[in-house]
Ligand binder design. Structure first.
Ligand SMILES: Cc1cc2nc3c(=O)[nH]c(=O)nc-3n(C[C@H](O)[C@H](O)[C@H](O)COP(=O)(O)O)c2cc1C
Length: 307
């Protein structure tokens, strides 16, 4: 087990608030970090690289008066479709972002660039093949994105996936998928994860950039409302049934709807067709991020103590 040394004494809860496309921004990051949870955001949440630079400077400035705050991280999509990768990476390096979370590709050059200034790289994976590639590229942490997670989720049970990962990787292990209560963070640790990876729970916070309708849908939805499909973004992911219906799609027959016409204004993936994980079923409030993190930490301590 290995929580990075750079995190030592700075976490109130062994957890990372996962990067959420179009949902996480500086407010969510700053509040999570101040509350002792690693805050992150996708670089692509800013429309261009200068915008990313602006957010990096804002976050650093707002966290400066809080030297004991948890570190923050930026998510980079490492794929040829992301034409901003090199420019965004250069800004991440220039601002010495403490944690980089890579998705899709795990590439040695990115890892070396981040290690060059003492930063850490975690990479999210849904199977052993991707995990082996990432380990080979030299990442510091592997994030097991298990069944029922929000976004581009996997299908493996954490009970099966974590032990397999641990058998081949001695770095930091994170577990994502349906975690929204401190008891589940304790369970993740028991399973062998060093840190929990929490996404969907943070959609329903005051600081998230999700629209009020999206937040309301997360509060109303149950695990059965989550549809796992590749029809929306080309990669298998979890989406809210209610948002598929609202966009005029039939959630039961997505595979048959050849021309989904997702460029239409009201049918844009992530913007109008909303993602969430199966953990929505247990979310029924819209707290401030700081209060949510404090609650998770108290629940975690209680669960760990009970064990
Ligand atoms: C709305 C939404 C947007 C997401 N966007 C991204 C993203 O841009 N990059 C990424 O690596 N993961 C993204 N994810 C996945 C999360 O980072 C994380 O793996 C997942 O939310 C964890 O599972 P949970 O939602 O059940 O807590 C997204 C998830 C959601 C729900």
């Amino acid at each position: 087990m290995a929580v990075p040394e750079a995190f030592a004494g700075r976490l109130a809860l062994p957890a990372v608030a996962a990067p959420l496309f179009l949902v996480s921004g500086p407010d969510l990051v700053v509040e999570t970090c101040r509350a002792g949870v690693v805050g992150t955001f996708p670089a692509l949440n800013q429309r261009d690289t200068p915008g990313l630079t602006g957010w990096l400077e804002e976050i650093a400035a707002r966290l400066e008066p809080h030297p004991g705050a948890a570190p923050f991280g930026v998510n980079l999509i490492v794929h040829r479709s992301n034409q901003r990768l090199q420019a965004d990476l250069a800004q991440v390096v220039a601002h010495r972002v403490p944690l980089v979370i890579t998705s899709l590709g795990a590439v040695r050059e990115v890892v070396e660039a981040v290690h060059g200034y003492g930063g850490l790289v975690f990479h999210d994976v849904i199977n052993m093949r991707h995990a082996a590639k990432a380990a080979e590229a030299g990442v510091d942490g592997l994030i097991a994105v298990c069944a029922g997670a929000g976004g581009h989720a996997g299908t493996l049970s954490p009970f099966a996936f974590l032990p397999e990962l641990r058998s081949m990787f001695s770095g930091t292990l994170l577990l994502g998928g349906g975690i929204g209560h401190g008891r589940q963070v304790a369970a993740a640790r028991l399973l062998g994860a060093d840190l929990a990876y929490i996404g969907t729970r943070f959609i329903a916070t005051r600081e998230s950039l999700a629209s009020p309708d999206y937040k309301r849908m997360v509060l109303d939805a149950r695990a059965n409302d989550i549809v796992y499909t590749a029809a929306i973004s080309g990669v298998k992911g979890n989406f809210l049934r209610q948002s598929l219906s609202a966009a005029g799609l039939n959630p039961e027959r997505l595979a048959e709807q050849e021309a989904l016409n997702l460029t239409e204004h009201e049918k844009r993936p992530w913007k109008n067709i909303w993602s969430a994980g199966q953990g929505v079923g247990a979310i029924d409030d819209l707290p401030g991020t700081e209060a949510l993190c404090a609650r998770l930490a108290a629940e975690y301590r209680e669960a760990a103590g009970a064990l």
